[in-house]
Design a protein. Structure first.
Length: 146
């Protein structure tokens, strides 16, 4: 049995582009940026950003185009696919995540349901809705018991 599954959470780097195929099916493409923070050999903190091309089809493509915009957070589940074509005699490649499911993250500039207060809580506020409380210091992998 083989498995081709991708799950990423990141922020849109550009507004989604919606197009129609000749068959009439909607297709939406956008890209997500994911960040990784790590310490190098010298113990210096490093940050790396990766960019992922996402393609969504059908009704979900219309929904993504309607509600997401540059800077929005999104969780994407899907499969990896690499396309190739020839341009000016050169072979071109593009690896994309073909999304099966897109969940929207926290809306950029959103406010509380009544519109009175900002949705962001102060740093010292307790987590809401059973959300886990994460430590502020970095976790040392050697401290994990397994």
């Amino acid at each position: 049995m083989y498995l081709n599954k991708a799950m990423i959470y990141g922020n849109l780097t550009r507004d989604p582009e919606l197009k129609s195929l000749p068959s009439g099916m909607q297709v939406c493409s956008f890209s997500l940026a994911t960040n990784r923070v790590y310490k190098d050999r010298d113990g210096a903190r490093q940050e790396q950003t990766d960019y992922h091309n996402i393609v969504v089809f059908g009704r979900q493509a219309e929904t993504v185009n309607q509600y997401l915009k540059k800077g929005s957070g999104a969780l994407v589940e899907g499969r990896l696919q690499t396309r190739s074509w020839e341009k000016d005699g050169q072979k071109q490649y593009r690896t994309e995540i073909i999304a099966d499911r897109v969940q929207f993250g926290v809306r950029v500039g959103s406010s509380a349901p009544n519109g009175d207060a900002p949705a962001t809580a102060p740093k010292d506020a307790a987590p809401q809705d059973g959300a886990p409380e994460y430590p502020e210091e970095d976790i040392n992998p050697e401290d994990i018991p397994f």
